[in-house]
Design a protein around this ligand. Structure first.
Ligand SMILES: Nc1ncnc2c1ncn2[C@@H]1O[C@H](COP(=O)(O)OP(=O)(O)OP(=O)(O)O)[C@@H](O)[C@H]1O
Ligand SMILES: Nc1ccn([C@H]2C[C@H](O)[C@@H](COP(=O)(O)O)O2)c(=O)n1
Length: 225
């Protein structure tokens, strides 16, 4: 496969470190980072603000047709990618734990996945992409050159999110974060459409006892061959 078409996928459950690791891998390889979760979060915010009844598929379809999502690069390795929703910068609004739960709910709606997967694949045609999410290696880019599945114990992932929120000076309740992590895992793993699972040809990395740099090093050792 020509180098320009290479895609790297990094999937895994909530709070495992996908975004952090993907940004570092993208920076190290000069690839573009694609945060597919940000798209689901943006759709969740749009639906919440428009009071969309998620069980009303015709209303969901109608509102989906109105959505314009634009991702723009993070200002630095430690910040999240920016997102404009219908022209409005919602980069911070989509990053709350509550919005993560809304995103997890809307991501179970087939037509939402259909629309966002199409957009994600359009990004992929450019090649040299590090895509992270739940289904990037199983559904979005099944022919990706390198696939990784990051995992860690739920308590460790909730602890990581707790430390992340505290470092941002935000209020955080560990027990609530653990509950939300487990709920999101159940939603993402058990939904009928594009459930969270390791692609058969993905490299599994249990990050429970690894730090960020150790995970990035393992990935780059494979990608750089
Ligand atoms: N291997 C690791 N060891 C310790 N901390 C980690 C590790 N990987 C990531 N972290 C930290 O865990 C926190 C959550 O990471 P990140 O936001 O990248 O997770 P995520 O998988 O993208 O989560 P979500 O799917 O909920 O968006 C961050 O503060 C990050 O620095
Ligand atoms: N490829 C993806 C990415 C994300 N989702 C859903 C499931 C997550 O709980 C939610 C938020 O994602 P995050 O920003 O936490 O990675 O969006 C999905 O179904 N498929």
């Amino acid at each position: 496969m020509s180098e320009k078409l290479i895609i790297v996928t990094i999937d895994g459950p909530a709070g495992v470190g996908k975004s952090t690791v993907s940004k570092k891998v993208a920076a190290a390889t000069g690839f573009t980072y694609l945060d597919t979760g940000a798209m689901y979060r943006a759709v969740g915010l749009f639906f919440q603000e428009a009071s969309v009844d998620l069980d009303n598929i015709s209303q969901v379809r109608e509102k989906l047709d109105m959505i314009e999502i634009e991702l723009f690069p993070a200002t630095d390795e430690d910040s999240d990618v920016g997102v404009r929703l219908c022209g409005e910068d919602v980069s911070e609004a989509i990053r709350t734990p509550e919005m993560a739960m809304v995103a997890s709910k809307v991501s179970a709606i087939p037509v939402v996945r259909e629309v966002l997967t199409k957009i994600q694949r359009e990004y992929g045609t450019r090649g040299r992409i590090v895509a992270e999410g739940r289904d990037t290696g199983t559904v979005v880019f099944p022919l990706a050159a390198y696939k990784f599945f990051l995992d860690a114990e739920p308590r460790e992932r909730a602890e990581r999110r707790f430390r992340q929120l505290k470092a941002r000076g935000e209020e955080a309740d560990y027990q609530e974060l653990l509950r939300m992590t487990i709920e999101r895992d159940n939603n993402d793993r058990n939904r009928l459409v594009a459930p969270l699972k390791q692609a058969d040809d993905a490299v599994l990395i249990d990050t429970t006892a690894l730090d960020v740099e150790e995970v990035v090093k393992q990935i780059l050792a494979i990608v750089n061959g």
